[in-house]
Design a protein around this ligand. Structure first.
Ligand code: 6PG
Length: 243
């Protein structure tokens, strides 16, 4: 069952996300000696990432035990303005004492299918060839068309039942995106969506107010198999939700 937590503004959503990150990271490091997180791209999580690398938060964690992954990536070089790695690196990673080997980037240059396979191989090694990856935490965003990660409405990767990672052709961008698949996401221990702004309100209400799992609303396909699902949203995004 999903938990929806509503905050006054995007700053508070960012703070809640940073707090969850720290809390889950500490528990994972205490329990298993490491913390694996898959970060989302887009613009919404940037504030949370900046907060995590701020002087207030930075010292709360042993960053040598933190492994950073990505939920999706655009097929661009790592210094491109569109790169999720670039955003994350600038907002957070470059300011933290995190070993370079702990940052598991998705390659954006070259053949998308080969790069998806490369990333899946890296994940399979990290998760010791388990049947599915079990990230301690995955941050997700939601687009105003209901997509999450790079799982777009009606796109082929939505049907993927075996691969952990897919090169997903996205018609509206006329481009591939590389993305974790629905089952790979759903096997995480904790999943948190970060959604802010009134432009998301209508779609969010559709996603949360109906029980169906529609391929037209990929965010609805996110249902942890054995984990928690939280929606951290602000009041403008929550405006159309049933009370
Ligand atoms: C990406 C994403 C994507 C994103 C949503 C929301 O690479 O774009 O990971 O799924 O989270 O599009 O984006 P905003 O936060 O910019 O609204």
């Amino acid at each position: 069952m999903a938990q929806v937590l509503t905050f006054d503004n995007p700053q508070e959503v960012a703070r809640a996300a940073a707090d969850r990150f720290v809390e889950i990271a500490r528990a994972s490091i205490d329990g298993r000696g490491r913390f694996s997180v898959a970060l989302s791209g887009g613009s919404t999580p940037k504030r949370a990432y900046e907060l995590l690398s701020s002087s207030e938060y930075r010292d709360k964690l042993d960053w040598s035990k933190v492994h950073i992954f990505f939920g999706d990536e655009r097929c661009v070089p790592p210094d491109d303005a569109e790169s999720n790695y670039r955003m994350t690196n600038e907002a957070m990673l470059s300011h933290l004492p995190i070993p370079p080997g702990n940052v598991h980037r998705i390659q954006g240059v070259g053949d998308a299918v080969a790069n998806a396979r490369l990333y899946e191989d890296e994940l399979r090694t990290f998760f010791n060839d388990a049947s599915w990856p079990r990230f301690d935490l995955i941050f997700l965003g939601m687009g105003d068309d209901g997509h999450t990660a790079s799982l777009f409405p009606g796109s082929a990767a939505l049907n993927e039942q075996q691969a952990w990672v897919a090169a997903n052709w996205v018609e509206k961008f006329n481009a591939y995106r590389i993305t974790l698949t629905v089952p790979a996401i759903n096997h995480a221990a904790h999943i948190a969506f970060l959604v802010t702004g009134e432009n998301k309100a209508e779609r969010l209400a559709e996603v949360l107010n109906s029980e169906s799992s529609s391929e037209q609303l990929p965010s609805q396909l996110i249902k942890p198999v054995n984990g928690s699902l939280e929606w951290l949203i602000d009041k403008p995004a929550a405006a159309r939700l049933a009370h």
